[in-house]
Design a protein around this ligand. Sequence first.
Ligand code: AMP
Ligand code: MG
Length: 417
Amino acid sequence: MREGLTVAEAQDHILEATPVMGAETLAASEAGGRVLAESIVSQRRHPPADCSAMDGYAVRREDLSSASPDAPCTLPVVFEVPAGGHAPRALGSGETARIFTGAPLPPGADAVVMQEDTDQGAAQVEIRVAPARRAHVRDAGEDFDLGDTLIEAGAVLGAPHLGVLASVGRTIVSVHQRPRVAILSGGDELVEPDRPVDGGRIVSSNSYTLAAQCREIGADPIYLGIAEDTPNAIEARMRAGLGADVLVSSAGVSVGDHDHVRSVLEKIGCRLQFWGVKMKPGFPLAFGVIEKTGQLVFGLPGNPVSTAVTFEEFVRPALRKLMGHRAVHRPTLRATITDRYKKKRGRLHFVRVTLERTAEGVLAHPVSNQSSGVLTSLIRGQGLAVIPLESEGVEAGTVLDVQVLDTTFFDGVDRGF
Ligand code: AMP
Ligand code: MG
């Protein structure tokens, strides 16, 4: 087992060990946010026929070549085509038909004059323009045609995709499965949120943070409860999570006398692949694979910020890969750090920052308490500024990469244009 990997090495290692999950079929209406596991090839044409883009009159251009506001042409209206209807016959020379938006163009017609350019007559109509070729006509197949690939496998299904699926009659689609993530907390000091916190007890918040982080990306958390700090208790709870796709435990993975997670993992058939990542917060982190089943196992550090940040950096990308996403990482932006930040060489630091948009670009304000025990700092911290491994820190005014955790940062309070 390797010890003390860089963040990049650990991420590469994990992603290499992470497969893409198989497909399941789902009602298309329920498939928003999922990753498509098949390509959608159209078995239809849309629009199915040439049709009108306006309420107006279907015409033959040759009949109107001289029409203008000063010299309108008057033509008979020989029939009407509503949306959903069809022309009773072809349009003859010197004839027009009343037509409405979405109605099929009668054979023989080659343009539509919008009603605003006419006197809107019923039996006959006065037309004041000479229309351009195929004016206000939507061509058959303009949106998509038979055999067109409309959505490639691997696409993340958003609202327009669901609309397109509906328009080609696809009510069932094949998407990548969502991983079930068993979540275990460990520590004699931990209690559930509704229990008294006397006698040095603290609430086990990690399970709640982790479950929410899973749900946020569409993975399915399964809560295994709190294990006491004994190998037997940890083993019993972990075994309950062996049917899941991923097992995530927090705490008990460091080098203390009560840290049994690693030895238990080995006992239950997990091949540990590495321990320790050169980062802050969150050095003690174990990653392995259950040999028999391929289940991924993460032993995350217990300090609440370390738990959340290591989930972000290592578990989240793996879960997204399992679900078929190609873009597995958080978005980053370049931002100017507003305070000096000093550190020792040898670990990459993820500095919690509050982000501020200004005319000169984005400012990253480090939150005042960077302790890995202060979970409220992550509420203020909208992003993680990356201070590289070999750096001894940065001066105020340095431009850095920031991973954006709080994507509401991209939402606009102002219109923006
Ligand atoms: P450990 O890795 O077991 O040494 O835990 C490190 C720190 O994280 C200790 O202060 C624990 O009390 C705290 N901690 C561990 N698990 C949790 C949890 N589930 N929720 C909140 N804090 C925790
Ligand atoms: Mg502990």
